[in-house]
Design a protein around this ligand. Structure first.
Ligand code: CTP
Ligand code: MG
Length: 463
């Protein structure tokens, strides 16, 4: 295959979603702040090896889709095509529009928003060798075959059974030919494109591993699962983001006297940022909304603007809720939760003119409450929830807000709570600082950014 072959993603979004029984086709339902279709488009838009995206839709949705594309977020969408009454017709509309016969074509269900860049990578790699590639996962249930009278006729061995997902990838000439042949027949009942290629025996079809989370949103129950999957969606920061972009930016850090805050301030300064750090040591307690406001106003007086704001201030107290002093509990909530609210409220008006960004801190405890840390873990869950909501509220103003989720990190706060621990098992404050600064510079908003030890994976932007 020549290195020149282009790659087209054809997103099938012309279905009616009858099984979902919603008032709009399921690809236009909103989950985690965006339409399902937008989430799906995002994955292909971001993938470096996708050249163009063709979107196959129902004419009735055209206005909705055009409005969606006005955001400018999906410049790779070069064609909007009318689909047909069946998936096969819709897929044919997409395939027919691919100009080159040697191109790679990936056909994908619009209602599989959790497709990962890893799956796309594997598929493209396989397409260098095979002319057709499917994505599938092992069957977990026993699959039985029945006849028209609902009697079992066969129980195929599970070892050979897979559940098909999408995308399905092809060399353009193969899939075009499969559709041409199918068009000549009257009753082809293949629900997918690999099925057609198999029917006409056009080539071997290779299978690459899919993922459990690459679900097809089909029934209303799937919406709950999808919502949860989005909630738990975390990203890892791209180490390619150049910290020198901080040069001359004004960065304000709350909780800057020690730990992650201090490391972030130091690193930002080292990359040329104009850093203003505040902490309780200089009488800026994030629990005090006026103190936070005054601190930011002072920076704006001095610098004329603010580009980025970080709040690392938090306390971690130990003990069974019933055993704890209520004033102490309130204090923990005031610092960890209200503190984030105070910083966000005061920072927003300053971040609007600079189209700036804000980073708050959560903890891995946000996904599930931890015994003996009930207050801490619930405030950290609240911070994630807050970030999700604020990201949507601030999107029209182009202000970004994210939650940093570091693994166990070597900080004075941690040592106070847990005593001396093996440093090899802890993240360094510097690693967290670097991820925080990269997040501030990234286009992301509303995400939880995981920071892990040994983050040596090829930094895919996990969806
Ligand atoms: N699709 C399409 N054109 C069709 C039918 C389906 O583009 N005529 C697309 C759907 O939009 C979806 C994908 O194919 O992204 C998978 O199909 P399915 O889950 O069956 O979606 P719907 O057909 O919309 O749902 P239902 O079968 O419940 O009506
Ligand atoms: Mg269907």
């Amino acid at each position: 295959m020549s290195a020149m072959a282009k790659t087209y993603a054809i997103i099938l979004a012309a279905g009616k979603g009858e099984r979902m029984q919603a008032n709009v086709p399921k690809q236009f339902l909103k989950l985690a702040g965006r339409k399902v279709l937008e989430h799906t488009l995002c994955v292909f838009q971001k993938h470096a090896r996708i050249d163009e995206i063709f979107l196959v839709i129902n004419e009735e949705s055209r206005l909705l889709v055009e409005e969606m594309l006005l955001s400018g977020d999906f410049p790779k969408v070069t064609k909007i095509l009318g689909g047909g009454a069946t998936r096969r017709e819709s897929s044919l509309a997409g395939v027919r529009a691919v100009p080159e016969d040697n191109a790679y074509v990936l056909l994908h269900d619009s209602v599989r928003p959790f497709v990962s860049s890893r799956i796309i990578d594997d598929m493209l790699e396989a397409l260098a060798t095979f002319q057709a590639v499917d994505v599938a996962i092992p069957a977990t249930d026993t699959i039985i075959e029945v006849d028209d009278r609902n009697r079992i006729t066969n129980v195929p061995p599970r070892r050979y059974l897979r559940r098909g997902q999408t995308p399905q990838g092809f060399r353009a000439d193969i899939i075009k030919r499969a559709h041409q042949l199918a068009a000549k027949e009257t009753d082809v009942i293949a629900t997918d494109d690999c099925g057609l290629v198999l029917r006409y025996g056009l080539c071997d079809i290779h299978v690459v591993p899919g993922e459990e989370k690459n679900i097809k949103i089909t029934h209303s129950e799937d919406l709950f699962l999808a919502d949860k999957l989005f909630q738990l969606n975390t990203v890892s920061m791209d180490p390619q983001i150049d910290l020198n972009r901080l040069l001359d930016r004004v960065v304000v850090i709350f909780g800057a006297s020690q730990g992650i805050g201090a490391a972030t301030a130091y690193m930002a300064r080292a990359h040329g940022a104009r850093v203003h750090g505040f902490s309780r040591t200089d009488n800026v307690d994030v629990a005090d909304t006026e103190a936070v406001e005054r601190a930011l106003d002072k920076v704006v007086d001095q610098e004329g603007q603010v580009n980025h704001v970080v709040n690392t201030a938090a306390v971690l107290r130990h003990g069974r809720l019933l055993d704890r002093d209520m004033d102490d509990v309130r204090r923990e909530i005031d610092i960890n939760y209200l503190g984030s609210i105070h910083v966000a409220r005061s920072a927003f008006k300053h971040l609007i003119p600079t189209k700036g960004s804000l980073a708050l801190f959560t903890s891995s405890a946000f996904t599930r409450g931890r015994p003996l840390y009930s207050v801490y873990s619930s405030t950290k869950a609240a911070v994630v929830n807050l970030v999700q909501a604020l990201a949507e509220e601030s999107a029209p103003k182009h202000v970004r807000i994210n939650a940093i989720n570091p693994e166990r990190t070597a900080t004075p706060m941690r040592t106070r709570a847990f005593g001396q621990e093996d440093p090899n098992l802890l993240l360094t404050a510097d690693a967290v600082a670097a991820a925080t600064l990269r997040t501030l510079l990234s286009p992301f908003s509303g995400t939880v950014v995981d920071v892990r030890r040994n983050q040596d994976m090829p930094q895919e932007w996990i969806r």
